[in-house]
Ligand binder design. Structure first.
Ligand SMILES: Cc1cc2nc3c(=O)[nH]c(=O)nc-3n(C[C@H](O)[C@H](O)[C@H](O)COP(=O)(O)O)c2cc1C
Length: 178
């Protein structure tokens, strides 16, 4: 089967993960905000997105293309400050329909946040969020940033993508057709 990586990114770390996945699998990689490529063309999809303000950045694009994902394997890759767990699952659940999430395989990766690279608006919002966050680790990261980028962490995504690539598409058999 033929697949592709579609990603959204705000500060580049998800783009970096998408490129690493593309290099490891040979799949083409597209930025949903720049490349006008129809996901319909592919048999399986890897959708990569950061979590920004408790929502997935790719949500609007996924909603617009929902009918094109019907029956296709989907690997949903999130990139966030928070590690995988109930908090991340809740943000994914708030961003996308439950039926879509139930059929997709979700892999949570951890990204990067460099305070000096942020817009003044994002910096101010994250300082306010840090003051209000009862979780001391998350609060410290919102204030001072973090870098959890890890090339090794794409391994389960690459393994699953390679399994999909090796699958043949079910073609109707002419001999048994009525
Ligand atoms: C404005 C802003 C809001 C963020 N909101 C969240 C959030 O709600 N939860 C979380 O776990 N991480 C959050 N993060 C961390 C990002 O998910 C992380 O920095 C990610 O690597 C960004 O991906 P990108 O570089 O592709 O834009 C936020 C980062 C920024 C800059």
């Amino acid at each position: 089967m033929e697949g592709a990586v579609f990603y959204a990114t705000k500060y580049g770390s998800t783009a970096e993960y998408a490129d690493w996945i593309g290099q490891a699998t040979g799949l083409p990689v597209f930025n949903v905000r720049k490349d006008e490529v129809d996901p319909e063309r592919f048999d399986f999809l890897i959708l990569a997105t950061p979590v920004i303000y408790y929502k997935l950045l790719i949500t609007d694009w996924v909603q617009r293309n929902m009918s094109k994902f019907e029956g296709k394997p989907i690997i949903m890759v999130t990139v966030s400050g928070a590690p995988p767990g109930p908090k991340l699952d809740a943000w994914v659940g708030d961003s996308l329909p439950a039926e879509f999430i139930a059929k997709a395989t979700h892999v949570g990766l951890r990204g990067r946040q460099i305070p000096g690279e942020l817009s003044w608006y994002d910096r101010a919002m994250l300082i306010i969020a840090a003051w209000r966050n009862p979780d001391p680790v998350a609060s410290e990261e919102e204030l001072n940033g973090f870098d959890y980028m890890d090339k090794e962490s794409i391994a389960p995504i690459v393994a699953l993508a390679k399994e999909y690539q090796s699958r043949k598409l079910a073609v109707p058999n002419a001999n048994t057709a009525a």
